[in-house]
Design a protein around this ligand. Sequence first.
Ligand SMILES: Cc1cc2nc3c(=O)[nH]c(=O)nc-3n(C[C@H](O)[C@H](O)[C@H](O)COP(=O)(O)O)c2cc1C
Ligand SMILES: Nc1ncnc2c1ncn2[C@@H]1O[C@H](COP(=O)(O)OP(=O)(O)OP(=O)(O)O)[C@@H](O)[C@H]1O
Length: 142
Amino acid sequence: MTRVVAQGTFDLLHPGHVHYVEDAATYGDELHAIVARPSNVTHKPKPILDARQRRDMIAALDAVDEAHLGDPDDVFVPITRIDPDVIVLGFDQHHDEAEIAAALADRGIDCRVERASAREPRYDDELLSTGDIVDRVLSRRE
Ligand SMILES: Cc1cc2nc3c(=O)[nH]c(=O)nc-3n(C[C@H](O)[C@H](O)[C@H](O)COP(=O)(O)O)c2cc1C
Ligand SMILES: Nc1ncnc2c1ncn2[C@@H]1O[C@H](COP(=O)(O)OP(=O)(O)OP(=O)(O)O)[C@@H](O)[C@H]1O
């Protein structure tokens, strides 16, 4: 049983998230999605939706076998619990594969790090970014 981890903020779910978890799922038999807590989302605006709602939505996707609320303080708490064989990073995520691989090795966790592919828009109006969805809401509802 090859266990895979994907992770992210997964706010206002869109086809890019679906592509990410479906791509991640191809790396093994069981896909675990870890949902970032707001305190750990530091490189962009805080998510709109509660972490429990973001977890429930990503859990509803067929490709995801189990979704987990991330640990507020130590990102390796769920990793140690899930004990994955593969961690698949999102195509544009700011994490460095080598740094994560080193942190895993330091903890004695035997797990390789991969990177998912990107998904391009299938039509002009398709939004594949949470930030873009928020911007459109603001522009249409102000
Ligand atoms: C290996 C790994 C484990 C993670 N575990 C957690 C966690 O336990 N708690 C958490 O809040 N975020 C966790 N994250 C998510 C990061 O905190 C970060 O916020 C997340 O990658 C957001 O990326 P995104 O905004 O591109 O979706 C983890 C990320 C990685 C790469
Ligand atoms: N178009 C896309 N193609 C493939 N993966 C995507 C796409 N959009 C987002 N993802 C992946 O989904 C994961 C979670 O993305 P995240 O929660 O950061 O949403 P986001 O839409 O990328 O946010 P924002 O665009 O506001 O930064 C990330 O790993 C990201 O790489």
